[in-house]
Design a protein around this ligand. Structure first.
Ligand SMILES: [Zn+2]
Length: 154
């Protein structure tokens, strides 16, 4: 299945939902948490579109956390830094900016997956701190995925 670019936000929400399903303790998600198998089914440019969408969705979750609780959270990059290329952290930070620049494009597939995992788990952690259980987070993401699909039809 090859989704067109407008499917990227939906795919991003579904990947986050899948990760929330697999999360036992949302407060302590490691970048090593399993990425949904679907991720590998997307080609490089689709993965890039999904990363951009994930970045926007994560930014929204972080903003909500900041607005409601005045709280800032950061990904724990220590474990990921040992396996990712040096540019991965820069890309991940760039992706959650309001207008991601050229640095937001990780060239290696390995790093794209690490960043995708990091963004999914950062988003899950933000919702967790806002009082959502992992099951609720998965539900919210699936609902948002359906809305992303609906709005793309207009
Ligand atoms: Zn890499």
């Amino acid at each position: 299945m090859n989704p067109s670019p407008w499917d990227a936000p939906r795919a991003a929400y579904l990947l986050t939902a899948a990760m929330a399903d697999n999360t036992q303790t949302a407060g302590a998600i490691a970048p090593g948490a399993e990425m949904s198998a679907e991720w590998a089914g997307f080609d490089a440019s689709e993965q890039q579109d999904i990363l951009t969408a994930l970045g926007a969705q994560t930014r929204l979750a972080l903003k909500m956390l900041h607005d409601k609780l005045g709280m800032e959270i950061e990904m724990d990059w220590e474990p990921a830094a040992q396996v990712a290329c040096s540019g991965a952290l820069v890309s991940a930070r760039e992706l959650i900016k309001p207008a991601p620049g050229a640095l937001a494009t990780p060239e290696c597939a390995h790093c794209r997956e690490i960043i995708a995992k990091a963004l999914c788990s950062l988003q899950i952690q933000a919702y967790f701190r806002l009082g959502f259980t992992p099951a609720m987070i998965a539900g919210v993401c699936r609902q948002s995925a359906d809305e992303a699909e609906t709005s793309s039809r207009h």
